[in-house]
Ligand binder design. Structure first.
Ligand code: ZN
Ligand code: ZN
Length: 322
């Protein structure tokens, strides 16, 4: 099914004639269950505060903060699309950054622990014991690439399944892409990715953790891709998702292309890769018809109210839609 059809049929703004989306509530319930498993397990071990603190150190590392600031400066000097520093899209995405720091980072940490706990408890057969003797310099890169593949699969599901698209649509609704758009995501958009990514981690590295700095570097690469820059990474852009490559994924008329999170390999294998040309114009981004409430709409309510509408929208589905 063409992505735009999914968008048209399933995503809604707050209007009359909507029903509650059961799939959305099921996702919320599953997320709460995984978080509960993580909290219960960590409380039992007396490690809840330490793990939340370690998660904060990985996902809100000074390296990431520095990258966001530096990218923001570069966006002022070499923008793909020139606009004011306080453009509505930037301000709204800054609010999502605050939400990310306060809510999403602890949620991600607990989803990671809860998913790994559940996979380890009920699907321990996925553990590939013979691989445990491989040297770390082989096993760690293999695990990270496999995790990226799981994230690609989750992203593919976001675009193919209506109830997941309802959450992902908020991310795609941004018409003024910037590095801050990396944080414009519904908190419940992350659940599928963490469930799927925990499988290769449990399979390949059940007994040893991945070095936090590698997770931070992975997150940095995933954040940079939304920069408002014409950056293609040159030859490296054939392997790593660059801002120019990911911008094509956010294009207004985008079909299912460039789903890669950090590596392009999965798009290449699936036939979804569309590499950017040199010096091309920055195409428009966002969702045609604005099915999600957006700040660029002249009739948009004040920022806090709009934020609430954007977060509630996935739970309200147009009648007769999936
Ligand atoms: Zn997407
Ligand atoms: Zn994106």
């Amino acid at each position: 099914m063409v992505v735009s059809q999914v968008r048209a049929n399933t995503v809604v703004a707050l209007q009359p004639g909507r029903r509650l989306g059961l799939g959305s509530f099921a996702l919320a319930g599953s997320t709460m269950l995984i978080v509960w498993v993580a909290v219960a397990s960590l409380l039992g071990q007396g490690r809840l505060a330490a793990v939340l603190s370690a998660g904060r150190a990985e996902l809100a590392a000074p390296l990431l903060a520095g990258l966001v600031v530096l990218t923001g400066i570069c966006e002022r000097i070499w923008p793909a699309e020139r606009r004011g520093v306080l453009a509505r899209g930037h301000v709204q995405d800054a609010c999502f950054l605050v939400l990310h720091a306060l809510v999403v980072i602890p949620l991600m940490t607990l989803l990671s622990v809860g998913s790994a706990t559940l996979v380890g408890r009920y699907a321990s057969w996925v553990e590939l014991r013979p691989l445990q003797n491989w040297p770390a310099m082989v096993l760690v890169p293999v695990t990270i690439v496999a995790m990226d593949g799981a994230n690609w699969l989750a992203h593919y599901a976001d675009h193919r399944l209506g109830f997941l698209w309802r959450f992902h649509a908020l991310h795609h609704s941004q018409e003024e892409l910037s590095v801050l758009t990396s944080f414009r995501a519904h908190p419940l958009m992350h659940t599928t990715g963490f469930i799927l990514a925990s499988i290769p981690v449990v399979a390949l590295m059940p007994a040893r953790p991945i070095a936090p700095v590698l997770i931070t570097v992975y997150v940095c690469l995933g954040t940079l891709q939304h920069a408002n820059l014409r950056l293609t990474y040159g030859p490296l852009g054939r392997v790593l998702v660059s801002p120019a490559y990911h911008r094509l994924h956010h294009a207004l008329e985008a079909e299912c292309v460039n789903l890669g999170v950090v590596f392009t390999i999965w798009d290449v294998l699936a036939g979804f890769a569309r590499f950017p040309g040199r010096g091309g114009t920055a195409g428009l981004t966002g969702l045609r018809g604005r099915p999600v409430p957006v700040e660029q709409d002249q009739a948009a309510p004040p920022i806090p109210l709009l934020l609430a509408e954007q977060l509630i929208a996935p739970f309200l589905v147009r009648r007769h839609a999936r």
